[in-house]
Design a protein. Structure first.
Length: 281
Protein backbone atom coordinates (compact mmCIF):
# COMPACT_ATOMS: atom_id res chain seq x y z
CA UNK A 1 0.00 0.00 0.00
CA UNK A 2 1.35 3.45 -0.96
CA UNK A 3 3.03 5.32 1.90
CA UNK A 4 0.74 8.33 1.54
CA UNK A 5 0.70 9.03 5.28
CA UNK A 6 4.44 8.80 5.85
CA UNK A 7 5.46 11.01 8.77
CA UNK A 8 1.88 11.85 9.72
CA UNK A 9 0.17 11.27 13.06
CA UNK A 10 -3.54 10.49 12.79
CA UNK A 11 -5.87 10.59 15.81
CA UNK A 12 -8.76 8.12 15.63
CA UNK A 13 -11.80 9.52 17.46
CA UNK A 14 -14.09 6.61 16.59
CA UNK A 15 -13.97 3.60 18.93
CA UNK A 16 -15.59 1.17 16.47
CA UNK A 17 -13.10 -0.75 14.31
CA UNK A 18 -10.32 1.40 15.79
CA UNK A 19 -7.75 -1.40 15.53
CA UNK A 20 -8.58 -1.95 11.86
CA UNK A 21 -8.30 1.78 11.14
CA UNK A 22 -5.02 1.97 13.04
CA UNK A 23 -3.64 -0.86 10.89
CA UNK A 24 -4.66 0.99 7.72
CA UNK A 25 -2.90 4.16 8.89
CA UNK A 26 0.23 2.17 9.71
CA UNK A 27 0.18 0.41 6.31
CA UNK A 28 0.09 3.82 4.66
CA UNK A 29 3.15 4.89 6.63
CA UNK A 30 1.40 6.95 9.30
CA UNK A 31 1.33 6.76 13.08
CA UNK A 32 -2.15 6.04 14.45
CA UNK A 33 -3.15 7.50 17.81
CA UNK A 34 -6.31 6.06 19.34
CA UNK A 35 -8.29 8.84 21.05
CA UNK A 36 -11.90 7.59 21.46
CA UNK A 37 -14.23 10.59 21.72
CA UNK A 38 -17.35 8.49 22.13
CA UNK A 39 -18.33 6.08 24.86
CA UNK A 40 -20.52 3.04 24.55
CA UNK A 41 -23.77 3.02 22.62
CA UNK A 42 -26.67 1.14 24.15
CA UNK A 43 -30.18 0.27 23.11
CA UNK A 44 -32.74 2.31 25.03
CA UNK A 45 -35.37 -0.37 25.62
CA UNK A 46 -37.93 1.90 27.32
CA UNK A 47 -37.63 4.58 24.63
CA UNK A 48 -38.16 1.98 21.94
CA UNK A 49 -41.17 0.36 23.58
CA UNK A 50 -42.86 3.72 24.10
CA UNK A 51 -42.12 4.67 20.50
CA UNK A 52 -43.64 1.46 19.14
CA UNK A 53 -46.78 1.89 21.28
CA UNK A 54 -47.16 5.48 20.02
CA UNK A 55 -46.47 4.32 16.46
CA UNK A 56 -49.33 1.82 16.57
CA UNK A 57 -51.83 4.00 18.47
CA UNK A 58 -51.20 7.15 16.41
CA UNK A 59 -49.95 6.17 12.94
CA UNK A 60 -48.13 9.17 11.44
CA UNK A 61 -48.62 10.61 7.97
CA UNK A 62 -44.89 10.32 7.32
CA UNK A 63 -42.27 7.90 8.63
CA UNK A 64 -38.72 9.24 8.27
CA UNK A 65 -35.93 6.73 8.84
CA UNK A 66 -32.35 7.99 9.00
CA UNK A 67 -30.22 4.93 9.91
CA UNK A 68 -30.37 1.26 9.06
CA UNK A 69 -29.44 0.24 12.59
CA UNK A 70 -32.21 2.33 14.11
CA UNK A 71 -34.70 0.98 11.61
CA UNK A 72 -33.75 -2.60 12.50
CA UNK A 73 -34.06 -1.81 16.21
CA UNK A 74 -37.60 -0.52 15.73
CA UNK A 75 -38.69 -3.57 13.76
CA UNK A 76 -37.01 -5.95 16.22
CA UNK A 77 -38.85 -4.31 19.09
CA UNK A 78 -42.16 -4.44 17.20
CA UNK A 79 -41.57 -8.16 16.63
CA UNK A 80 -40.78 -8.68 20.32
CA UNK A 81 -43.99 -6.86 21.29
CA UNK A 82 -46.09 -8.84 18.83
CA UNK A 83 -47.12 -5.84 16.74
CA UNK A 84 -44.79 -6.24 13.73
CA UNK A 85 -47.73 -7.09 11.44
CA UNK A 86 -49.55 -3.93 12.50
CA UNK A 87 -46.42 -1.85 11.82
CA UNK A 88 -46.12 -3.39 8.35
CA UNK A 89 -49.77 -2.56 7.62
CA UNK A 90 -49.51 1.05 8.76
CA UNK A 91 -46.36 1.55 6.68
CA UNK A 92 -48.24 0.33 3.63
CA UNK A 93 -50.81 3.08 4.10
CA UNK A 94 -48.47 5.96 5.03
CA UNK A 95 -45.57 7.77 3.42
CA UNK A 96 -41.95 6.72 3.91
CA UNK A 97 -38.75 8.76 3.63
CA UNK A 98 -35.23 7.44 4.11
CA UNK A 99 -31.68 8.75 4.41
CA UNK A 100 -28.73 6.60 3.40
CA UNK A 101 -28.35 3.44 1.36
CA UNK A 102 -28.31 1.18 4.44
CA UNK A 103 -31.69 2.52 5.50
CA UNK A 104 -33.10 2.13 1.99
CA UNK A 105 -31.80 -1.44 1.82
CA UNK A 106 -33.33 -2.20 5.22
CA UNK A 107 -36.71 -1.02 3.94
CA UNK A 108 -36.31 -2.84 0.64
CA UNK A 109 -35.75 -6.21 2.31
CA UNK A 110 -39.07 -5.66 4.11
CA UNK A 111 -40.84 -4.83 0.86
CA UNK A 112 -40.93 -1.03 1.08
CA UNK A 113 -39.65 1.63 -1.29
CA UNK A 114 -39.42 5.15 0.18
CA UNK A 115 -41.31 7.91 -1.58
CA UNK A 116 -38.57 10.33 -0.57
CA UNK A 117 -34.86 9.59 -0.27
CA UNK A 118 -31.65 11.59 -0.39
CA UNK A 119 -29.27 11.46 -3.33
CA UNK A 120 -26.04 11.79 -1.37
CA UNK A 121 -26.52 10.27 2.09
CA UNK A 122 -26.96 13.64 3.77
CA UNK A 123 -29.78 15.20 5.78
CA UNK A 124 -29.57 18.21 3.46
CA UNK A 125 -30.22 15.91 0.51
CA UNK A 126 -33.17 14.41 2.34
CA UNK A 127 -34.70 17.82 3.01
CA UNK A 128 -34.25 18.81 -0.63
CA UNK A 129 -35.99 15.62 -1.75
CA UNK A 130 -39.12 16.70 0.16
CA UNK A 131 -39.58 19.68 -2.20
CA UNK A 132 -42.68 18.25 -4.00
CA UNK A 133 -44.48 17.48 -0.72
CA UNK A 134 -46.49 19.66 1.64
CA UNK A 135 -45.79 18.76 5.26
CA UNK A 136 -47.98 21.40 6.85
CA UNK A 137 -50.06 19.83 9.62
CA UNK A 138 -48.66 16.37 8.90
CA UNK A 139 -47.74 13.98 11.73
CA UNK A 140 -44.13 12.87 11.24
CA UNK A 141 -42.32 10.04 13.01
CA UNK A 142 -38.58 10.80 12.83
CA UNK A 143 -36.25 7.91 13.63
CA UNK A 144 -32.74 9.04 14.51
CA UNK A 145 -29.84 6.99 15.82
CA UNK A 146 -28.60 8.19 19.18
CA UNK A 147 -28.01 11.86 18.57
CA UNK A 148 -30.53 14.67 18.07
CA UNK A 149 -30.58 16.53 14.75
CA UNK A 150 -31.79 20.03 15.66
CA UNK A 151 -31.28 21.27 12.09
CA UNK A 152 -33.64 18.66 10.61
CA UNK A 153 -36.18 19.08 13.41
CA UNK A 154 -36.12 22.86 12.95
CA UNK A 155 -36.66 22.42 9.22
CA UNK A 156 -39.64 20.12 9.84
CA UNK A 157 -41.07 22.70 12.27
CA UNK A 158 -40.67 25.39 9.62
CA UNK A 159 -42.64 23.20 7.18
CA UNK A 160 -45.47 23.05 9.72
CA UNK A 161 -45.02 19.35 10.52
CA UNK A 162 -45.79 17.85 13.92
CA UNK A 163 -42.70 15.78 14.73
CA UNK A 164 -42.23 12.83 17.06
CA UNK A 165 -38.58 11.90 17.52
CA UNK A 166 -37.41 8.36 18.22
CA UNK A 167 -33.83 7.74 19.38
CA UNK A 168 -33.46 3.95 19.75
CA UNK A 169 -29.84 4.26 20.89
CA UNK A 170 -28.13 6.42 23.49
CA UNK A 171 -24.51 7.55 23.40
CA UNK A 172 -22.51 7.53 26.63
CA UNK A 173 -19.81 10.23 26.86
CA UNK A 174 -16.22 8.99 26.67
CA UNK A 175 -13.84 9.04 29.62
CA UNK A 176 -12.63 12.56 30.36
CA UNK A 177 -9.00 11.42 30.09
CA UNK A 178 -9.59 10.48 26.44
CA UNK A 179 -11.09 13.87 25.62
CA UNK A 180 -8.30 15.62 27.51
CA UNK A 181 -5.66 13.75 25.50
CA UNK A 182 -7.39 14.43 22.17
CA UNK A 183 -7.86 18.11 22.99
CA UNK A 184 -4.17 18.44 23.90
CA UNK A 185 -3.12 16.67 20.69
CA UNK A 186 -5.15 19.11 18.59
CA UNK A 187 -4.28 22.33 20.41
CA UNK A 188 -0.56 21.46 20.60
CA UNK A 189 -0.51 20.26 16.98
CA UNK A 190 0.68 16.81 18.03
CA UNK A 191 -1.45 15.26 15.29
CA UNK A 192 -1.87 16.10 11.63
CA UNK A 193 -5.43 14.80 11.32
CA UNK A 194 -8.38 13.66 13.40
CA UNK A 195 -10.85 11.15 11.99
CA UNK A 196 -14.49 11.22 13.08
CA UNK A 197 -16.96 8.44 12.34
CA UNK A 198 -20.09 9.89 13.98
CA UNK A 199 -21.61 13.20 15.03
CA UNK A 200 -21.44 12.53 18.79
CA UNK A 201 -17.63 12.32 18.64
CA UNK A 202 -17.22 15.90 17.42
CA UNK A 203 -20.00 17.03 19.74
CA UNK A 204 -18.39 15.51 22.85
CA UNK A 205 -14.98 16.94 21.87
CA UNK A 206 -16.25 20.47 21.28
CA UNK A 207 -18.41 20.42 24.40
CA UNK A 208 -15.34 19.50 26.44
CA UNK A 209 -13.23 22.16 24.67
CA UNK A 210 -15.80 24.82 25.56
CA UNK A 211 -15.80 23.69 29.19
CA UNK A 212 -12.00 24.08 29.19
CA UNK A 213 -12.22 27.51 27.48
CA UNK A 214 -10.20 26.14 24.56
CA UNK A 215 -12.74 26.02 21.74
CA UNK A 216 -11.12 28.91 19.88
CA UNK A 217 -7.76 27.12 20.14
CA UNK A 218 -9.38 24.03 18.60
CA UNK A 219 -10.87 26.04 15.74
CA UNK A 220 -7.54 27.75 15.09
CA UNK A 221 -5.75 24.39 14.93
CA UNK A 222 -8.28 23.00 12.47
CA UNK A 223 -8.07 26.16 10.34
CA UNK A 224 -4.38 25.76 9.58
CA UNK A 225 -2.52 22.74 10.94
CA UNK A 226 -4.85 19.84 11.69
CA UNK A 227 -7.26 18.44 9.13
CA UNK A 228 -10.68 17.15 10.20
CA UNK A 229 -11.64 13.90 8.50
CA UNK A 230 -15.16 12.51 8.31
CA UNK A 231 -16.44 9.07 7.38
CA UNK A 232 -19.16 10.68 5.26
CA UNK A 233 -21.27 13.71 4.51
CA UNK A 234 -23.61 13.39 7.49
CA UNK A 235 -20.79 13.42 10.05
CA UNK A 236 -19.11 16.17 8.02
CA UNK A 237 -22.23 18.27 8.52
CA UNK A 238 -21.88 17.84 12.30
CA UNK A 239 -18.25 18.94 12.08
CA UNK A 240 -19.19 21.97 9.99
CA UNK A 241 -21.86 22.98 12.48
CA UNK A 242 -19.14 23.26 15.14
CA UNK A 243 -17.37 25.89 13.03
CA UNK A 244 -14.75 23.61 11.44
CA UNK A 245 -14.70 24.11 7.66
CA UNK A 246 -11.62 22.23 6.42
CA UNK A 247 -13.02 18.72 6.11
CA UNK A 248 -11.89 15.72 4.09
CA UNK A 249 -14.42 12.97 3.48
CA UNK A 250 -15.02 10.27 0.87
CA UNK A 251 -17.90 10.04 -1.57
CA UNK A 252 -18.65 6.54 -0.30
CA UNK A 253 -19.49 6.49 3.41
CA UNK A 254 -17.08 3.79 4.55
CA UNK A 255 -14.19 3.83 7.01
CA UNK A 256 -11.72 2.34 4.54
CA UNK A 257 -12.68 4.92 1.93
CA UNK A 258 -12.16 7.65 4.54
CA UNK A 259 -8.57 6.54 5.11
CA UNK A 260 -7.89 6.33 1.38
CA UNK A 261 -9.22 9.88 0.96
CA UNK A 262 -7.03 11.12 3.82
CA UNK A 263 -4.03 9.48 2.18
CA UNK A 264 -4.84 11.31 -1.05
CA UNK A 265 -5.10 14.57 0.88
CA UNK A 266 -1.65 14.14 2.43
CA UNK A 267 -0.14 13.11 -0.91
CA UNK A 268 -1.58 16.10 -2.75
CA UNK A 269 -0.67 18.49 0.06
CA UNK A 270 2.94 17.37 -0.21
CA UNK A 271 3.10 17.86 -3.97
CA UNK A 272 0.92 20.91 -4.56
CA UNK A 273 -0.13 23.97 -2.63
CA UNK A 274 -3.82 23.18 -2.58
CA UNK A 275 -6.26 20.32 -2.36
CA UNK A 276 -9.90 20.23 -3.37
CA UNK A 277 -11.44 20.06 0.09
CA UNK A 278 -15.13 19.25 0.05
CA UNK A 279 -17.20 21.40 2.35
CA UNK A 280 -20.77 20.47 3.17
CA UNK A 281 -23.40 22.99 2.15
Amino acid sequence: MAQRMAGKRVALAGPRKADEMALLVAKMGGEPVQRPAQGTVFLDDIELRNAVVSWVKRPPDWNIFTTGMGLDALFDMAEDMGVAEQIMELLQSSNIAARGYKTVNGLKKRGFTPAVRDEDGSLTGLMQAFAPYDLKGKEVLLQLHGDPTPRLVKWLDEQGAVTRQVLPYKHIPPEEANLQALLADIVNRNVDAVTFTSGPQIRFLCQYAREQKQMEDVLEAFRHDVIAVSVGKVTAQSILEEGIERIVFPVEERMGAMMVELGRYFEHSASVHGYGLEVVN
